[in-house]
Design a binder for this molecule. Structure first.
Ligand SMILES: NC(=O)c1ccc[n+]([C@@H]2O[C@H](COP(=O)([O-])OP(=O)(O)OC[C@H]3O[C@@H](n4cnc5c(N)ncnc54)[C@H](O)[C@@H]3O)[C@@H](O)[C@H]2O)c1
Length: 453
């Protein structure tokens, strides 16, 4: 079995930038990488989960290696439409396993307990619905759905069974997000009044201009099936590798990146809901390579009556951060840390407005202010920021483990189908607002997206 292959973030993690970020700062506390809620229910070698992997591409290869590296699992089969990935699956698992182009063969295998799915977005619904109908527990990559209708069908399929469904936005299992939740719920920042989040890249790989496998051909790839429900088109290696660029297969920066910010925010706030309204703007500014999804996308949501402003860019590199702002301070959630900066919400010095008072009036004001507010000598306050450093919140292990634990214990996962649907719906709303050029909302009655103007 090989180590998980390097994703972009996992690659960056090895860089000096990440090393510096992970270093302990003054006033910092380190918390355990593996969260308590993932405490082992695994009973030993006879308590193995036999699973099949569907889609062994860039992410599926990491999910497969991660799952194989956790105790009590055994990958018995893998399905992919491209034969090169059958070889890759066997390399990762490190022993002979069944490989096939047809995922249905994994569903027919009664000895398989769970199916892990990492196919492009336009295939999520069908594989999940089929796997649930076959009685399998399911782990499916984010964004859960390609369209709102797909999401509704997936939630309905999940509700019809007692099978476990975990959606794969992994930071929902991060101890850092759970720490933020604990702090906000405990009143650390008072009344929340604004959330902002941002994330930016500026390189071809970050913008999904991936190099297709050099040997890819209609002989070793079932191209017709790969297209799924998308419009028919001739074999296109770029569409195969760079599907995120086109709405026919992917969901743009919203489904690729924003969904992580939304999912992390939902867990941090302890909410699981659709935003009340969304207004988004963006464009294709940097990567004019024939894509039809924006490479810069800014979305302003209303959640819980407050603005949540999220900005994604493939046109300029910027650190990923979510800031929760409230009347008593701010919490900054970053890839490796949570920083809490308290604020008193009080004046710390006389109001500068009084510079507009005549001299005697100002002197009287200043005297009274100092009498009332100056701390006794030696008792000057020293509010401290605290940084908590943790494992990379993009780490797959706790999230896959949370799923495997649920398969054994039948207890709820951290990110079920309803959670995944709500997070994906926020992304669909952001995309729809971008394409329509109007603010939009989700209409529960008609289960559809409506324009607000
Ligand atoms: N959680 C994360 O951080 C993260 C990171 C990257 C990708 N993802 C998600 O993972 C999913 C896969 O992304 P990727 O980058 O690995 O894509 P990819 O194109 O690299 O791999 C997808 C694989 O699925 C196969 N496939 C497509 N349809 C299939 C079908 N019907 N049956 C069997 N195999 C099929 C393709 O042949 C391909 O090998 C996407 O939904 C993506 O959003 C999540």
């Amino acid at each position: 079995m090989t180590e998980p292959l390097l994703s972009r973030r996992r690659f960056l993690q090895t860089s000096t930038v990440a090393a510096a970020a992970a270093a302990l700062a003054p006033n910092s506390i380190r918390i355990e990488a593996e969260p308590n809620y993932a405490a082992a229910a695994y009973a030993g070698p006879n308590d193995r989960i036999r699973f099949g992997m569907v889609g062994i591409g860039m992410e599926g290869s990491s999910v497969l290696a991660t799952a194989c590296g956790l105790p009590g699992t055994e990958c018995v089969a893998a399905a992919d439409l491209y034969d090169g990935r059958h070889t890759l699956a066997r390399e990762i698992v490190g022993k002979p396993i069944k490989t096939t182009r047809r995922y249905q063969e994994l569903l027919d295998d009664k000895s398989i307990d769970a199916i892990l799915i990492a196919v492009p977005d336009h295939w999520h619904k069908q594989v999940v619905v089929d796997a649930l109908a076959a009685g399998k527990d399911v782990y499916c990559e984010k964004p859960m759905s390609h369209t709102p209708a797909d999401g509704l069908a997936m939630v309905a399929a999940a509700k019809k069974t007692d099978r476990i469904v975990q959606i794969g936005a992994q930071r929902t299992s991060s101890v850092l997000c759970h720490k933020v939740h604990e702090m906000i719920a405990g009143g650390a920042i008072g009344d929340l009044n604004l959330i902002e989040a941002t994330m930016g890249r500026n390189d071809p790989t970050g913008a999904w201009e991936y190099p297709p496998p050099p040997d890819l051909s209609p002989q070793n790839l079932d191209w017709d099936t790969w297209l799924g429900t998308a419009p028919r088109k001739a074999f296109d290696p770029l569409a195969f590798a760079r599907w995120r660029c086109w709405k026919e297969y992917g969901t743009g920066v919203a489904g690729d990146l924003l969904v992580h910010l939304i999912s992390g925010m939902q867990v941090s706030l302890g909410i699981n809901e659709v935003p009340k309204r969304v207004s988004a703007f963006g464009g294709i500014y940097r990567w004019k390579d024939g894509r039809n999804m924006p490479d810069v996308h800014a979305a302003l949501f209303e959640y819980m009556g407050i603005p949540v402003y999220m900005r994604l860019s493939l046109g300029c590199e910027s650190a990923e951060v979510t800031r929760f702002q409230g009347s008593k301070g701010m919490i900054e959630l970053k890839e490796f840390s949570v920083t809490y900066s308290p604020q008193s919400g009080e004046d710390s010095s006389p109001s500068y407005y009084t510079a507009s008072y005549p001299g005697a009036m100002r002197a009287a004001y200043l005297k009274e202010w100092h009498e009332k507010h100056d701390p006794p000598p030696g008792k000057e306050p020293a509010p401290q920021s605290i940084t908590i450093n943790g494992n990379d919140y993009d780490d797959l292990r706790p999230h896959v483990w949370n799923f495997l634990e649920a398969v054994r214990s039948r207890k709820p996962v951290v990110q079920d189908a309803v959670f995944g649907h709500n997070a994906a719906l926020a992304c669909h709303l952001a995309n729809e607002s971008y394409f329509r050029g109007t603010p939009v909302r989700w209409d529960e009655g008609s289960q559809s997206i409506k324009s607000l103007v």
